[in-house]
Every structure is written in structure tokens, then in C-alpha cells.
Design a protein around this ligand. Structure first.
Ligand code: NAP
Ligand code: COA
Length: 269
């Protein structure tokens, strides 16, 4: 497949969990624009119906269904319906997630569990649920993880634990399913502009500026940056890539250890 061909995903069937908004809806739109038939799910029947309607209104082939990724039978039903309507599934994106800022000492057990249930158990449910419906060999499974999966972050114990679990799950499934021609990878987005995730993590323009100053590329990414990465990983151009976490993050994981911001140093002329 030539990735740069206009309809690079023509005839491909794509299932995307957590695609009523943000990064995952961006992936759905990008894949549909490249010719894929997309099936999107999220918890809210209203939100997912309006997301699917917006894709259809733009001339794309898309269906939307409500399913909470914490409920394996609901996920299974959505996958079964996708298979019945579109045929075997070529590409799966698991991106449903929840986040809030909370110090561990003030986080309830249920608060911690809720995020682990959505992000980590939900990802297992989506990937495991998809397994019998995959078009194999050649299927590509992609989870959306985060820098918290490799770098500890204050007030993010629940997300760090859940996303680290996704990173390891990615590697385990890649090993177990590789012999059947199923590739399993993850994308770790850095801070992405105009998303719910960043509204929760960086609520002010001051916190945005401070975070940008610590990124190698000094700016937030876009949903298209992540969609382009997903398009590559989903395509046959990435046929020999499996078990990896691809960081599309402006260099945020590089973790500058400097005691001062770059513009605070006095540099000798
Ligand atoms: P978002 O717009 O809030 O997307 C989250 C999606 O998950 C929504 O469609 C939401 O829809 C769905 N969802 C939540 N709980 C669910 C559940 N139990 N079952 C099914 N669907 C559920 O947030 P976003 O910022 O674009 O984040 C998307 C992904 O990127 C997440 O995996 C996040 O961790 C990751 N990420 C984001 C950033 C960033 O900068 N934004 C950075 C790194 C990683 P409903 O409310 O309809 O369920
Ligand atoms: N601080 C501390 N604890 C919080 C919290 C916060 N801001 N928000 C929720 N919690 C706790 C609740 O108190 C509850 O624990 P308790 O029963 O011990 O009181 C637990 O988390 C579950 O909350 P609930 O509102 O019932 O969960 P939910 O399943 O309806 O919603 C969330 C899940 C909490 C993750 C919600 O924020 C959500 O739906 N997020 C999706 C969108 C999102 O986060 N996008 C960004 C993705 S990166």
C-alpha cells in the first residue's frame, strides 16, 4: 500500500473506541478521508451519534454505537455489529480514557479504579473483543497511551499506572498474536492542542506556556499529528513494526533536567 496515495485505506474496516471527540475522532476523520469505513464507539449515545453524523455529513462511510469499554459484552456487541455491517476488521484503535487531577493521598480507591478500568481494562476489552473479528494476517491494533505510561507525573498516579499497563499489554499481545500476522502497537501523544485531556491537565494560558517551554519542539501537537502517526502504523508501510510505543510528543519525554528555564540562563557572549 502506498501511504501517500489519496485513498490509502480504501476498503479497510476500522473500529475506534473513544471516538466521540478529540484525538480519536480526529483519527476517525483522517482514516475515513483516506477511504476507510469507520465504526466508532463511546459511552454517550448522543455524543457518538452526533460524531458519526458529522462524518456521514462529510460524505464518509461511518457508523456510531454506544458502548462503555468497561463492559466487555457491550464492546463485543459493537464489534459484532461492525463485522456484520462492514466485514472483517482491519484496524482497531483503542483510545477511550478518563483523567482528572488528584493527589494520591486524596484519591479514593474508586477514583483510582475508575481510570484503570476505562484505560487499561477497557483497552484489554477492546483488543481481546476484536480478536475473533480481525482480518488476519495483516490486522493492525493501535492503543492510545500517554507520556504518563513511562514518566511519573504528579497527581496522575491512576493514569500513570493505567497507561504503563497499556504499554506492557501492547508488547505481550504483539508477542502472542504476531504469528497470526496481527501487529500490536501504541501511540504516545504529547500535549495536543484543543483537547479535553489538555483542558484537564493544563487549565490556564500560564500553565500552557510553562509546559511548552519544557518541550523540545516548544509547542503543542495537533490531532492531525496523531492521526498521521496512526495512519502510518495502520498501513502496510509499517508491516515490520510491532510491540512498539511510538512517541509523537514534540520531545516531551526527553525530560529536561535543567534547574532553570532556557531563557533564564545568562550566556557569555
Ligand atoms: P476526549 O476527547 O475526552 O476523548 C476521550 C474519549 O473516550 C471520548 O470520546 C469519551 O466519550 C470516551 N470515553 C470515556 N470513557 C469511556 C468509556 N468508559 N467507554 C467508552 N468510551 C469512553 O480526550 P482526548 O484528550 O482527545 O484523549 C484521547 C486519548 O488520547 C486518550 O486515550 C488520552 O489518554 C490520550 N492522550 C491525550 C493527550 C492530550 O494531549 N489530549 C495526550 C496524551 C494521551 P464519551 O464521553 O462519549 O464516553
Ligand atoms: N478528583 C478526585 N476524584 C474524582 C474526580 C476528581 N476530579 N473526578 C471523579 N473522581 C472520583 C469520584 O469521586 C468517584 O470516586 P468515589 O466513588 O470514591 O467518590 C470516582 O472518581 C468515579 O467517578 P464517576 O464520576 O462516578 O466516574 P464516571 O465513570 O462517571 O466518569 C471520569 C469517569 C471520572 C474519568 C470522568 O472524568 C470522565 O467521564 N472522563 C472522560 C473524559 C476525559 O477524562 N477526557 C480526558 C481523557 S485524557
Amino acid at each position: 500500500m502506498d501511504l501517500f496515495r489519496e485513498k490509502a485505506l480504501a476498503d479497510k474496516v476500522v473500529f475506534i473506541a473513544g471516538a466521540s471527540s478529540g484525538i480519536n475522532l480526529g483519527i476517525a476523520r483522517h482514516f475515513a478521508a483516506h477511504g476507510a469505513r469507520v465504526s466508532i464507539v463511546s459511552r454517550s449515545a448522543d455524543k457518538i451519534a452526533s460524531a458519526a453524523a458529522s462524518l456521514v455529513a462529510d460524505g464518509f462511510e461511518a457508523i456510531g454505537m454506544a458502548a462503555d469499554v468497561r463492559d466487555f459484552s457491550a464492546v463485543e456487541a459493537a464489534l459484532k455489529q461492525t463485522h456484520a455491517q462492514f466485514g472483517p476488521i482491519d484496524i482497531v484503535i483503542s483510545g477511550a480514557a478518563g483523567n482528572f487531577i488528584a493527589p494520591a493521598a486524596q484519591m479514593s480507591s474508586n477514583g483510582f479504579k475508575t481510570v484503570v478500568d476505562i484505560d487499561l481494562i477497557g483497552t484489554f476489552n477492546v483488543l481481546r473483543g476484536a480478536y475473533p473479528y480481525l482480518n488476519k494476517p495483516g490486522a493492525s491494533l493501535i492503543s492510545i497511551t500517554a507520556p504518563q505510561g513511562t514518566n511519573p507525573m504528579m497527581y496522575q498516579a491512576h493514569v500513570c499506572a493505567a497507561k504503563a499497563g497499556i504499554n506492557m499489554l501492547t508488547k505481550c499481545l504483539a508477542m502472542e498474536w504476531g504469528a497470526e500476522g496481527i501487529r500490536v502497537n501504541a501511540i504516545s501523544p504529547g500535549p495536543i492542542a484543543d483537547t479535553e485531556g489538555m483542558r484537564r491537565l493544563s487549565p490556564t494560558s500560564e500553565s500552557d506556556a510553562a509546559l511548552k517551554s519544557r518541550l523540545a519542539l516548544r509547542d503543542y501537537g495537533t490531532t492531525k499529528d496523531i492521526a498521521d502517526t496512526a495512519l502510518f502504523l495502520a498501513s502496510d508501510n509499517a508491516r515490520y513494526i510491532t510491540g512498539t510505543v511510538v512517541e509523537c510528543d514534540g520531545g516531551c519525554k526527553l525530560g529536561d533536567a535543567s534547574p532553570m528555564a532556557a531563557d533564564e540562563y545568562v550566556i557569555r557572549a
